[in-house]
Design a protein around this ligand. Sequence first.
Ligand code: SF4
Length: 431
Amino acid sequence: MCGIAGVWNVQDAFSVLHDLLLGLQHRGQESAGIVLNNFRVLKGRGLVEQVLTEENWLESERGIGHVRYSTAGSLEEIQPLVAFTKKGKIAIAHNGTIPDAEAWIRSLQERGAVFQSTLDSEIFLHLISMSSGDEKEAIVEALKRVKAAYSLVVLHEGFLAAARDPYGIRPLFYGKYRGGFVVASEDSALKAIGVEEIKEVPRGSVVFFEEGEEVVEFEKREERFCSFEFIYFARPDSSFLGENVHKARCKMGEELFAENPIEADLVIPVLDSGLSGALGFSRASGIPLDVGLMRNRYMGRSFIMPVNREKIVKKKLVPIGDVIKGKRVVVIDDSIVRGTTMSIIVNILREAGAKEVHVGIHSPPVRYPCYYGIDTARKQELVASEKDVEEVKRLVNADSLFYLSLEGLKRAIGRSELCVACFNGEYPHLK
Ligand code: SF4
């Protein structure tokens, strides 16, 4: 998963991009990069604060930016990408993954394209360069050809463009700001800098920003926004499709208890993304919520760090024995992917003196990989792909294990037009 941002005709675009990307930092911590007016590029590994420093400040009014966690390409390949195309100089930043990227790259290479990276995002640059018409028509032409999954910002000398794929799998928002426009993956990042009127880039559409905004719809398919953004990925203060993420997660917890009533002494969240769900579970059940596991704030998110997951989890979750000892605890988390994190958590709680450890997950079992930009793991690594609930329960060493149903998830989010392919294997782009 990645976060993208754009700024058009706003004084000190560097600082605005810095603030927007900081608000999207949870979407990627491996690298940060920006491209400013005249296509000046600033990129580096690490967090926004480490790359976009005061010493690197540049005067600017326009630019795009990207924070990255990799699902394609190597760590060295940091976005945004810049290219000299037939349509002039263009920079792009991409959130999402193109599932049929290999086929695209082969077919473009057969037509003479020379790829500078292994990033699927580069496909857009070649398609734009090869398309007919003026610069904007070429962008629309290129977008029509790729069906999933992308949210994109494109910087051209004469305009900024923001686009979402025909299913609207990945999020993208924009608004007016200090006489110009700003774009970001989540509305919370825009709210944080003071944008008041925020609009969603409609799915299957591109918004061009020049003096004003021009929305061009290129292809609309059935809505399939990623349900995992609600479950785990997005910030709790973000909203998608008009639904607040924190409230949706609370409802997932409530639904989880309604489907799985259980007796226990304590509800413990796996911080941070399990917190809202645990709150909902506690409210619905009447079982008190407490912090039984503290999180070391100085560690990254284990799910999105590409290396050393087990080591990181052990270091980052610290039990509070005085809270847990002798209690029947229900630990609530957003999902189980490989099962390694949860078995470590259950063992930490047992070692801290828990009498019973029950595990509640406020999403259905993840049985299928994601091809749209969330690195949930390959199928053979997904613990629920081959094992049933009882087997996973034994593997993680819990007294009981229960998940939210797919219907419960949709009820909690308040929408049914979602991508739920990692739960049911029904991939929108294959239908
Ligand atoms: S497969 Fe899962 S993680 Fe991927 S886009 Fe669909 S819901 Fe989101």
